[in-house]
Design a binder for this molecule. Structure first.
Ligand code: ACO
Ligand code: KIV
Length: 379
């Protein structure tokens, strides 16, 4: 039986922390509706105590978007939780996401505190959040660098206090996949009440490992992933939604599924990129301009013979209209012939060889200036 992985989208909270990516409430509603249409399970809509704009956004998204759970972030601080609870009053299903640093580095250097005091503050925060909503998620910030025994004690305590979800974030993107996977496995093995809550994964991409770590977490039992469109987020970003969704879809042997309509990935990626004025890198997995573009002769020939030779996904499955063959200085005869045929020209082999030689000569001169599609040259 395939098991469901819940998609918690934090594009409008962690994603919006990127400098220059701030959206108005009205823009956030547009994005939130698209996330709802795509099948996201939980939308983290903002951090209400942080500004009147964030408070208003959580209120208005709660009114406008009814299918997903709407989540509001807070520190383990009474005033933050009160603001989150107030902002979620209009939500059909509301969740408060509260938490505190769990690594000794944070406990000492950020809070000048002790493990015992942090544990008490965490439990008090969860209990207070429960006075507003049934669904309370606790985040053990910097869990990636936290002591495993303390992390397990903390997890057990917040679940006893009523947390429905426990988030084990690799806040600083520090872990290797195997290390992070073992952390999640350890929690499942050592927290006696773990079955009463969902374990959630929230990874940052400082070493480029966010997606790998997220999948390691899921393969060790976690059933919620915290992700953003295009992987945007604080510093090097968060795990990208599109990568995790498609990894789960493509790797059927994982025995997992999500509720995401994957054909919406490319359109929603474009929308977020445009609205946040944050370009998507050309080689970005799934949604980048080159993700389904073939540019060198051997690949182009193989792709033309059978797309599976060089594609593990159908572009239509992610909402990309079609794969492309880009004519470059590294293209071969098969790709050139294919393009000429698309343009309505058919040639015998000697003529095609002649055109190809001319194409290469011109491509060679041109490639120093412009490496884009070279078809214009042979016209
Ligand atoms: C891991 C994450 O939290 S990701 C979310 C990051 N998002 C944001 O920071 C949202 C934007 N932030 C803000 O608007 C502001 O930082 C505010 C409103 C939250 C707080 O502003 P200020 O009161 O001026 O505090 P400032 O941001 O300078 O410092 C943070 C304070 O919160 C404390 N704090 C940080 N995280 C937590 C936590 N999870 N629980 C309790 N206290 C915390 C810090 O120790 C520090 O407290 P101190 O003043 O006693 O040293
Ligand atoms: C608020 C928490 C979940 C966070 O963003 C992090 O730890 O990176």
């Amino acid at each position: 039986m395939s098991q469901r992985v819940y998609i918690f989208d934090t594009t409008l909270r962690d994603g919006e922390q990127v400098p220059g990516c701030q959206l108005t409430t009205e823009e956030k509603i547009v994005v939130a509706k698209e996330l709802e249409r795509m099948g996201v399970d939980i939308i983290e809509a903002g951090f209400p105590i942080s500004s009147p704009g964030d408070f208003r956004s959580v209120v208005e998204i709660s009114k406008a978007v009814t299918e997903p759970t709407i989540c509001a972030l807070s520190r383990a601080v009474k005033g933050d939780i009160d603001a989150a609870g107030e902002a979620l009053k209009w939500a059909k299903r509301g969740r408060i996401h509260t938490g505190i640093g769990s690594s000794d580095i944070h406990i000492r250097n950020k809070f000048n505190s002790t493990r015992e005091k942090i544990l008490e503050q965490a439990v008090a925060a969860v209990k207070h959040a429960k006075t507003y909503v049934e669904d309370v998620e606790f985040y053990a910030e910097d869990a990636g660098r936290a002591d495993l025994v303390f992390l397990s004690q903390l997890t057990e305590a917040v679940i006893s206090a009523g947390a429905t979800v426990v988030n084990v974030p690799d806040t600083t993107g520090y872990c290797l996949p195997d290390e992070y996977g073992r952390k999640i496995a350890y929690i499942y093995e050592h927290v006696s009440n773990v079955h009463k809550a969902t374990i959630s994964i929230h990874c940052h991409n400082d070493l480029g490992l966010a997606t790998a770590n997220t999948l390691a977490g899921v393969m060790n039992g976690a059933r919620q992933v915290e992700v953003t469109m295009n992987g945007i987020g604080e510093r090097a970003g968060n795990t990208s939604l599109e990568e995790v969704v498609m990894a789960i879809k493509v790797k059927k042997e994982l025995g997992l599924h999500t509720n995401i309509d994957s054909t919406r990935l490319f359109p929603v990626s474009n929308l977020v990129s445009q609205m946040m004025r944050m370009p998507v890198q050309a080689n970005k997995a799934i949604v980048g301009r080159n993700a389904f573009a073939h540019s060198s002769g051997i690949h182009q020939d193989g792709f033309l013979k059978h797309s599976e030779n060089y594609e593990i996904m159908n572009p239509h499955d992610v909402g990309v209209p079609e794969s492309s063959i880009v004519l470059t200085a590294r293209s071969g005869r098969h790709a050139l012939k294919h393009r000429l045929e698309l343009l309505g020209f058919r040639y015998d082999k000697p003529t095609l060889d002649g055109i190809y030689t001319r194409f290469l000569d011109m491509a060679d001169i041109r490639k120093q200036v412009n490496d884009k599609d070279l078809m214009e040259l042979v016209r």
